[in-house]
Structures are given as structure tokens and as C-alpha cells.
Design a protein around this ligand. Structure first.
Ligand code: FES
Length: 109
């Protein structure tokens, strides 16, 4: 099964087994990784924001316009930001690395 590494807010990497077909958000919830995902994947929030490792960003399916719109509202947006609920694990993504954004919606930056 593919592996997925979350870089936690404190900078610690956490490698987990990620079943094919689950979204990054669902994998995070399975392992109690701190990604909120308030709308549970229906593209109505931006609380599942993750920053994809630049080496992996190009390997993901391009975001839809709806995802781009939601991402614009995310805090601490970076060039490789994506919504975790929209990244679905495939065998090709074995080794994927995503970072949790450090900012919260109340903090600057
Ligand atoms: S969980 Fe709301 S957009 Fe991903």
C-alpha cells in the first residue's frame, strides 16, 4: 500500500500507510493528523488545506476551478497548496509528502 508522509505543524514527519482511493483528508483523519476538513470533502471550506512537497506537486491531478476558488480563502497559501480532500491516493502517489500549514485563520501570515 502507498505511504504518505505528513509534516506536522511542529516540523515532525509522520509516515503512514495510505489506502488507495482515500483522500489525503481521509487518511489524516484515520491517523488523527490535525487537518480539520470541516465540510468533509464537499469543497465548501478550506480547512483541509495542505502544502504539497514541490517534488510531488506536478504529479497530482490539476485542481479544479472550484478547488482553486476555495484555496484562495485558505490561510498561509503557498505555491504548492492544495485541498487535502481533493487529493486521492493512487499507487503512483506512493511516497507523497504533504505539510500542514502553520498558520491558522486567526494568525497573520
Ligand atoms: S474538507 Fe472542505 S474543502 Fe476539503
Amino acid at each position: 500500500m502507498p505511504k504518505l508522509t505528513f509534516i506536522e505543524r511542529n516540523g515532525q514527519p509522520r509516515e503512514v500507510v495510505a489506502p488507495v482511493g482515500l483522500s489525503v483528508l481521509e487518511v489524516a483523519h484515520k491517523y488523527d493528523v490535525d487537518i480539520e476538513g470541516a465540510c468533509e470533502g464537499s469543497l465548501a471550506c478550506s480547512t483541509c488545506h495542505v502544502i504539497v512537497d514541490p517534488a510531488w506537486f506536478g504529479k497530482l491531478t490539476a485542481p479544479t476551478e472550484d478547488e482553486e476558488d476555495m484555496l484562495d480563502l485558505a490561510f498561509g497559501l503557498e505555491k504548492t497548496s492544495r485541498l487535502g480532500c481533493q487529493i486521492v491516493i493512487t499507487e503512483a502517489l506512493d511516497g507523497l509528502v504533504v505539510k500542514l500549514p502553520s498558520g491558522t485563520r486567526n494568525a497573520a501570515g
